[in-house]
Design a protein around this ligand. Structure first.
Ligand code: GDP
Length: 444
């Protein structure tokens, strides 16, 4: 998602570099290019117009003409306006002071509501809550079972009507679920509602009735970012028919142009709270307008990277490793552990993609494949604990054995061992210079 837009915007803005002063003609030309890039990415026309008008007005003003580096100032303006379009500040989920809080999900069939219910439940558990999922999509065959499956995967309770128990009315189910939550000491209720393939009146009425019955703290409109311009019309229909307090974008991992995602908040006036980027429960996160804008402009998303790292690394383990790095005592076992921790954060290409400037290194990134890391892991696993602990003992015959055991060439083992020594030496020197873990003792 956003790759093409990101490439276009980056190159438009790069063309400005090296220009000392910017004439009005330069700014007009840049604005024109940005406009084309946004329209090609499927951003809704009124949104493009507002955006371009703001960028132009600011770029022709004194903040650019008096800037030391006018081109950089324009990049800053585009970034700030993009953040604004995406909603400005990160909007957090509103939960009630008196539990249970109620979160209702609404959207078209296939937009990803049921999957989202599972993702949200998992996320809420991570935040220390005890969510209850409620199946109010009683129209689509399997919807109830599907919710039960995601609930089980997320490790949370699901409330659904018993078949043949006479509780087939979604409004009734929603209402009862609140009592159920109170009994089960669930502090957040997530209500999954029915969707249709297209917007229709009955569905809207049902959703509005559920809303009326349970008075949710949040109504989240779930929208598939891949449906393009339709996302905007659907959002408007839901805003008028049911009303919502926030938006969740799903399928941001798709290769569509992504303009819908950029339009929904500006068109509906409601903030984007979360974004989903995959089918798995963990492919989900709070939506941060500033981080998204940085990614779109190829400026990287270092904050998300840091957060993922914090989750993947055990603090004690990381400190122990840092101390070993500093003293030059890092072993291949430590190296393997660190590598496994990094890999827990996701495919290596995705991680590198979050770094600033990554957009321009795409070809290089394509070559950093996970297979190379698999190979390194296989080689280290082929070593005995003593060898991992003291790589200096890995002589020629041991190298041959390791290569055979892990299905690689001897030169692969040689390369790994040599690189490890080089890296260990360099890291110890750096650690010494930056002063962590005491003075570096470099062992060769
Ligand atoms: P619902 O009808 O709104 O409840 O939609 P579902 O939750 O059943 O989702 C419809 C399809 O989209 C399913 O196949 C999901 O696995 C898939 N899906 C949901 N969210 C995402 C996402 O963020 N990325 C991708 N690639 N697929 C998703």
């Amino acid at each position: 998602m956003f790759d093409t837009l990101s490439d276009r915007l980056t190159s438009v803005l790069q063309n400005l570099r090296g220009k000392g002063r910017l004439s009005d003609a330069d700014i007009d030309a840049t604005a024109r290019e940005i406009r084309i890039a946004l329209l090609e990415a499927d951003v809704a026309l009124p949104v493009v117009r507002t955006f371009i008008a703001k960028v132009k007005e600011r770029a022709k003003g004194s903040e650019v003409s008096q800037a030391l580096n006018p081109a950089q100032q324009v990049v800053k303006i585009v970034n700030e306006e993009l953040v604004e379009i995406l909603g400005g500040e990160t909007r957090r989920l509103n939960l009630a002071k008196n539990p249970p809080s109620v979160i209702m999900l609404a959207g078209l069939q296939g937009s990803g509501k049921t999957t989202l219910a599972g993702k949200l439940a998992r996320w809420l558990v991570g935040q220390g809550h005890r969510p209850l999922l409620v199946a109010c999509d009683l129209q689509r065959p399997n919807a109830v079972t599907q919710l039960q499956v995601v609930g089980e995967r997320a490790g949370v309770a699901v409330y659904a009507p018993e078949p043949g128990n006479g509780v087939g009315d979604p409004v009734d189910v929603a209402r009862r679920s609140i009592d159920e939550a109170k009994h089960g000491q669930n502090d957040v209720v997530v209500v999954d509602t029915a969707g249709r393939l297209g917007v229709d009146e009955e569905m809207m009425r049902q959703a509005a009735d559920i809303r009326e019955a349970v008075q949710p703290d949040e109504v989240l409109f779930v929208v598939d970012a891949m449906i393009g311009q339709d996302a905007v019309t659907t959002a408007e229909a839901f805003r008028d028919g049911v009303g919502f307090t926030g938006v969740v974008l799903t399928k941001l991992d798709g290769d569509a142009r992504g303009g819908a995602a950029l339009s929904v908040r500006e068109v509906t006036g409601q903030p984007i709270l979360f974004a989903s980027n995959g089918e798995k429960l963990e492919d989900f996160d709070t939506f941060h307008p500033d981080r998204m804008a940085s990614r779109i402009l190829g400026m990287g998303d270092v904050l998300t990277l840091i957060e993922q790292a914090e989750q993947a690394f055990d603090q004690e383990q990381a400190e122990a490793a840092a101390a070993k790095v500093a003293s030059g005592e890092l072993t291949l076992e430590d190296f393997l552990e660190q590598m496994l921790a990094v890999r827990k954060m996701g495919p290596i290409g995705n991680l590198l993609g979050m770094l600033p400037g990554a957009g321009q290194m795409k070809d290089a990134l394509a070559q950093v494949d996970d297979k190379q890391l698999d190979k390194l892991q296989a080689i280290i696993r082929g070593m005995t604990p003593a060898e991992r602990d003291n790589p200096k003992m890995i002589n020629a015959s041991r190298r041959l054995r390791i290569a055979k055991g892990s299905g690689v060439q001897v030169r692969d083992v040689n390369e790994l061992v040599n690189r490890f020594f080089e890296a260990r030496k360099m890291m110890a020197q750096m650690a010494g210079r930056f002063g962590f873990g005491g003075p570096g003792r470099v062992s060769k």
